[in-house]
Design a protein around this ligand. Structure first.
Ligand code: SF4
Length: 416
């Protein structure tokens, strides 16, 4: 058996798993499963542990390597599991050397399970050029990693280090290769995407990168952005949103809360009014834009009144897609030292936010009926419009983009 990569978490991990699979195979590893873990919530870490135990029970001969954000932030814990043969750091995993060392260790030439370097020492990103992305219609390209901010609830900087960017030339080259391979849509991803370029010589911005990709890769049909921090969106980015139809009219915003005092306690860089103003501005620039947001329910000290301001932010910002995170205390983050909201209240608030999200999506689906949309066919049964709205389809070829008239919806997806 060759090497398998089990991916948890975000689009960054999805991109990185492609590189890990290639580098581990090149190193000659076999009979090995690599768990590319996530640490964003306690639940995500528990899922990785459960999968490791299940894997070893079902396939006792298989070697198990754990990497990813949970391996970086809780390396000793994973090394302490009998089922685990090796723990590889989150920056190390992107280097061929780490997998050659792992092979050597498995061949008896190396000592110990731990191969985790100091993530805060990572200063650059080794560009990785993928020729294709899992044969999927939509490919993900990592252009930035790490984060210089220290939001009080967030463990990501401790799993991924400080912000670093892939040089623009390497990004354009990567996207050209994936477009040539037939990927109709590319998603730019990072941890703090809007801080792209701040560490590069002439400090290019995300907006400049976006414009350069659209200019230099005319064969690319659709460019999409993953989550952004609205307060850091630059002028060029807004200009590209307003003027270039190949930049998808869909933004996902890292808002987290609708209450100013909570935003302050989270150490976020924006206020409620900034979020509302940003949404109004992008809607002025691109009237059909679809907006989504990450919102946390039950952040420490959040009262019912404060929570109600997150709830009504859905309407005030005209959000369509909600990613709701019940607050999860992450080890070592400052928020764990604040007065905690009771578990049942966190759950109940998350349920109310999700319900608001479902109602907002239904409202958008209703408004789409009768419209003509460009649908990226993702599989035999599903596609997504340029606004990222899911569509139920049949008998179409995955990877193609089809012009379709929306006939109706089932409350969750559009119907053509
Ligand atoms: S901006 Fe804040 S929430 Fe986002 S990765 Fe950085 S520290 Fe975490």
């Amino acid at each position: 058996m060759s090497v398998e990569v089990l991916t948890f978490g975000c689009r960054l991990n999805a991109f990185e798993s492609e590189v890990i699979a290639r580098e581990a195979a090149r190193a000659g590893l076999s009979d090995t499963v690599i768990v590319n873990s996530c640490a964003v919530t306690g639940e995500a870490v528990a899922q990785a542990r459960q999968s490791i135990r299940k894997l070893k029970r079902e396939r006792p001969e298989t070697r198990i390597v754990v990497t990813g954000c949970a391996a970086q932030t809780q390396a000793t814990m994973f090394a302490g599991m009998d089922e685990v043969d090796r723990v590889v750091g989150n920056d190390d995993k992107m280097r061929g050397e780490a997998w050659r060392m792992t092979r050597a260790a498995f061949d008896g030439a190396g000592e110990g399970k731990l191969a985790v370097s100091d993530i805060m020492a990572a200063r650059t990103m080794a560009p990785h050029r993928l020729e294709s992305f899992r044969g999927l219609p939509r490919a993900v390209v990592q252009v930035q990693n790490g984060c210089d901010h220290r939001c009080t609830f967030c463990i990501i900087p401790f799993g991924r280090g400080n912000s670093r960017s892939v040089p623009m030339e390497a990004v354009v080259d990567q996207i050209r290769a994936l477009a040539a391979h037939g990927h109709a849509e590319i998603v730019l991803t990072g941890v703090d995407l809007t801080s792209y370029g701040a560490d590069l010589p002439d400090r290019p911005t995300l907006g400049r990168l976006t414009k350069r990709i659209l200019r230099e890769v005319p064969e690319l049909r659709r460019l999409r952005l993953s989550s952004i921090d609205s307060i850091e969106a630059d002028r060029d980015l807004l200009d590209a949103i307003a003027t270039d139809a190949r930049l998808m009219p869909h933004l996902h915003l890292s808002l987290q809360s609708g209450d100013d005092l909570i935003l302050k306690r989270m150490k976020r860089r924006h206020a409620r009014a900034d979020a509302i103003a940003f949404c109004a501005e992008v809607r002025r620039l691109r009237s059909d834009i679809a907006l989504g947001a990450d919102l946390i329910a039950g952040f420490p000290t959040e009262t019912e009144e404060m929570f109600s301001r997150s709830l009504d932010l859905v309407e005030e910002c005209g959000l369509t897609f909600l990613h709701v995170f019940p607050y999860s205390a992450r080890p070592g983050t400052p928020a764990t030292r604040m007065p905690q909201v009771a578990g049942p209240a966190i759950k109940e608030r998350a349920a109310r936010l999700r319900a608001a999200g479902e109602a907002a999506l239904r409202k958008r689906l209703e408004a789409e009926v009768g419209a003509t949309r460009e649908v990226l066919i993702e599989s035999a049964t599903t596609g997504r419009t340029e606004h990222f709205v899911p569509v139920m389809i049949a008998g179409e070829t995955p990877g193609t983009v089809r012009t379709m008239t929306i006939a109706g919806h089932d409350g969750v997806r559009l119907v053509v």
